[in-house]
Design a protein around this ligand. Structure first.
Ligand code: PMT
Length: 404
């Protein structure tokens, strides 16, 4: 798809470069259209080098009118994205002022329009800006809400440009034809759990969260409303998700999943949940008093098992996908978990390999369902996530349609 990326004059214009790259990584072509003010923050050459296309800045540049450039662009783009969008461009768009290439392009195109505003927090809440946003929303323009935090002007509040991957995910949602996951509510768990045995020490595992994050990001791209429940990890959480809940222990993850599963259509348990936790964590840091240390552990709640059990008891509930992290008899053990935990799909991975499982970018999985099994080749976790969700879509197609 060809995306027209309108860049206006805000301090976050440099982030539009990341947005362009993110769109390209998703297979889109990008043409940048910059306002004169935007060029004071980032040079057109940067966008030209990234997009490998001429950057449109001046409506009256020699050659630009040979094919009435803004009209040609208006009819060839599949989506117009304005990121960052200043209060000025919002006002022009709302009132049909067409006095530069970008504002003219907006009035000329019939492609869907997505806007990522970025400005000072008081500007963003000003009645004039709110009215312009309302006008544009009523006209079908979609928005990626700005984030909250420290703004370049030194103020704290709402107005910071949304993260580039959040903007890319929003573009994907707008472009993707409605698939089975569009509008579905999905809960994904990721990462390890930490089981504290004193105030500074814990039992954990090597899960980075990457596998679960890839599933959450892919589900968001397919239009699902995603709740991510993540254990402690240092890998950045993907953007474009509806809700992100950070937990520490298996008990906390159990509570968070159970609370949200009631309203979910699908739950994917990619987290490496601890099976045991110290029976009584010490209140103070444990002193080194002997050569050996014995910790007494007790079983944690089996989150996936409880979800499966609850579904059997109630006769209804979300579609359940679990993982099986194995070092031997991977498929047989995975199939045992499929049956024992009453789930629809188990993704069995051989975590003894150095290129699969914990804390690497690739994975080697076999997908197990009641109908059969499918061994996938070694591939990136993003590709594994896409494969899992395509098979989830097939399972959904065989079940009752998602009710909202
Ligand atoms: O995070 P990464 O670095 O990307 O690594 C990915 C991964 C290896 C962690 C992932 O691919 C994976 O295998 N996740 C599941 C790890 C695991 O706990 O497997 P298990 O075989 O012990 O558990 C079976 C299933 O029950 C899993 O879906 C697990 O989330 C769930 N479980 C386990 C224990 C427990 N107390 N409650 C659970 O719900």
């Amino acid at each position: 798809m060809l995306i027209g990326l309108g860049v206006t004059g805000g301090i976050s214009a440099y982030k539009a470069v990341e947005v362009a790259r993110g769109l390209q990584k998703r297979g889109h072509e990008v043409t940048a259209i910059m306002t004169a003010a935007a060029t004071r923050f980032v040079g057109p050459v940067t966008f030209e080098a990234i997009t490998r296309r001429p950057v449109v800045v001046d409506q009256f540049a020699p050659g630009a009118n040979a094919d009435i450039e803004h009209i040609a662009l208006a009819s060839s783009i599949d989506l117009l994205l304005v990121a960052p969008a200043t209060a000025n461009i919002l006002a022009k768009m709302a009132h049909g002022i067409a006095d530069d290439v970008l504002s003219t392009l907006y009035t000329a195109t019939r492609a869907p329009v997505l806007v990522a505003p970025a400005m000072n927090t008081h500007m963003f809440s000003h009645p004039a800006v709110r009215a312009n946003l309302d006008t544009l929303a009523a006209r079908g323009v979609k928005f990626v809400e700005p984030g909250e935090g420290y703004l370049a002007c030194g103020w704290i509040g709402k107005g910071r440009l949304a993260e580039p991957d959040e903007i890319v995910a929003a573009v994907e949602r707008m472009l993707r034809p409605e698939g089975p996951l569009c509008g579905a509510r999905i809960v994904v768990t990721a990462g390890p759990t930490y089981e504290d045995f004193d105030p500074v020490r814990y039992i954990g595992n090597r899960s980075s969260g990457r596998m679960g994050f890839a599933i959450a990001a892919e589900a968001a791209r397919r239009g699902a409303a995603v709740t991510l429940i993540a254990g402690p990890t240092t890998v950045a959480v993907p953007g474009g998700l509806d809700e992100v809940i950070h937990v520490r222990s298996a008990q906390e993850m159990h509570r968070a999943v159970m609370e949200r599963a009631a309203n979910a259509d699908i739950v994917v348990m990619a987290a490496a949940v601890a099976d045991y936790t110290p029976i009584e964590p010490a209140a103070q840091k444990m002193a080194k008093t002997s050569d050996t240390l014995t910790l007494v552990l007790t079983r944690t709640p089996d989150i996936l098992g409880d979800l499966g059990e609850a579904r059997v008891t109630a006769g209804r509930g979300p579609l359940l996908v679990g993982f099986a992290a194995e070092t031997s008899d991977v498929v047989a053990r995975g199939r045992d978990k499929l049956r024992r935990k009453h789930v629809d799909m188990i993704v069995a991975n051989d975590v003894s390999r150095s290129d699969a499982g914990f804390d690497v970018a690739t994975n080697l999985v076999t997908i197990l369902t009641a109908e059969g099994q499918e061994a996938l080749p070694l591939q990136s976790k993003d590709a594994v996530a896409a494969n899992i969700l395509t098979r989830v879509e097939h399972l959904m197609a065989r079940q009752a349609p998602v009710a909202h």
